[in-house]
Design a protein around this ligand. Structure first.
Ligand code: NAG
Ligand code: NAG
Ligand code: NAG
Length: 367
């Protein structure tokens, strides 16, 4: 059977039929429209040609979550007017990573059949389906790199509607330098450096949020999108001068292999805990690694120290070794002899490994 689409007006005036039609034949579909006629109060008969409209909506355009936690991204579809009998609607969730790249499939479902893809396989995602049309996505065991824009799309015949939900993680952004010093990291080196410190390359949104919370850093670092930027809250001479307004300053997109900078890494809350350890004597780096292991833990990574400082309020005015060979300490309540007047993770850089210090260990909660 053939169908007429793009039918603008259909009026029945007595015996006279006036049709304004842009006719187009569509071979199969017959589920998009239906005819609805009724009598108006006056003598004029009108036949209304009405489409059943498909709607898709999310109650929350953005959601916040923490690493390791679960997140619920609401989405529902419905037809207007309501259908007399249910129809099979295809639903697809896809994801545009905040770190950049292409939109990829997360999950598709038709009726009761559901399939998930990529990093989301193996039960990390499910559809809630609490009521007809509920296609809310639940993601468990969230990872740092799960952030981005999730799109919920419903397809019914030729109709195709979607709504999106932005997923952000609560976290902390920290600047990171290569052990050999300032401006040593290519883009790939930067990504690896963050991963080695239990974190991921920060996105612009994450850096911008940290700037709003007061991050003031004069060295430029890579971000996930391949741009190089730095956040300035208090303009001063060595950071572009007083004439520039506070803000996140950008060098734009840089060459991923040739150009070298520092990096901004992003970490979120931790399963487990970070603590300071100083046995009867201070230790060189090798001894520090060993003493954590003897306590059933491991020497903490920089991202773990920042997460403990930000989310557990870790405050310890004693310098300790970390996994990358740097020496740092976390201060949430600034006081005399514990560095500057703002809270922060203080760094002594990368001292020679035979130097003697305490150590920060990380004990994971995972079974
Ligand atoms: C996340 O969801 C899973 C399964 O739905 C549940 O077992 C787990 O306790 C949840 N975790 C958190 C942190 O809520
Ligand atoms: C995201 O992070 C997880 C865990 O750190 C890792 O296994 C996975 O490969 C990462 N995925 C992408 C797309 O980078
Ligand atoms: C740390 O001290 C031990 C002796 O207690 C020594 O064997 C080791 O080589 C030292 N490591 C470093 C990096 O200095």
């Amino acid at each position: 059977m053939s169908m007429i689409c793009g039918l603008h007006t259909l009026l029945l005036l007595g015996a006279q039929l006036i049709l304004s039609v842009r006719a187009m034949t569509v071979p199969t579909s017959q589920n998009n429209f239906f005819y609805h006629d009724f009598l108006k109060g006056n003598s004029k008969k009108e036949i209304h040609f009405r489409g059943v409209k498909l709607h898709v909506d999310s109650a929350k355009p953005s959601v916040f979550a923490v690493r390791g936690g679960n997140v619920t991204m609401p989405c529902r579809f419905w037809h207007e007017p309501e259908l007399s009998s249910p129809r099979e609607v295809r639903v697809k969730w896809s994801w545009l990573p905040a770190a950049g790249g292409h939109e990829t499939d997360v999950l598709v479902s038709i009726g009761s059949r559901v399939r998930s893809f990529g990093d989301f396989r193996l039960g990390r995602v499910q559809l809630r389906q609490d009521f007809p049309g509920d296609v809310t996505l639940v993601v468990t065991k969230l990872q740092l790199n799960d952030t981005g824009r999730y799109r919920c799309e419903a397809v019914d015949g030729l109709e195709d509607k979607s709504a999106s939900v932005d997923l952000e993680l609560q976290g902390v952004v920290f600047p990171y330098q290569h052990p050999r010093g300032h401006y040593h990291l290519s883009f790939l080196g930067a990504r690896q450096a963050c991963e080695e410190q239990d974190s991921t390359l920060a996105t612009f949104t994450q850096l911008f949020q940290s700037w709003k919370e007061g991050l003031n850093w004069c060295n430029a670092g890579w971000l996930a999108d391949g741009t190089v930027q730095y956040p300035i809250t208090r303009p001063r001479v060595p950071c572009g001068g007083h004439s520039l307004a506070p803000g996140v300053r950008s060098y734009g997109r840089r060459h991923r292999h040739l150009h070298r900078y520092d990096v901004f890494c992003f970490s979120s809350s931790l399963r487990g805990k970070v603590y300071y350890l100083q046995p009867s004597h201070k230790m060189n780096l090798t001894e520090a690694q060993q003493v954590c292991q003897e306590h059933g833990a491991e020497i903490a990574k920089v991202g773990q120290l920042y997460a403990a400082w930000k989310f557990s309020g870790l405050d310890h005015c004693a310098a300790g070794w970390l996994a990358d060979g740097s020496v740092r300490y976390p201060i949430t309540r600034p006081r005399r002899n514990c560095g500057p007047s703002e809270p922060g993770v203080r760094s002594f850089g990368f001292p020679p490994p035979q130097d003697k210090h305490g150590v920060y260990c990380y004990e994971s909660d995972d079974e």
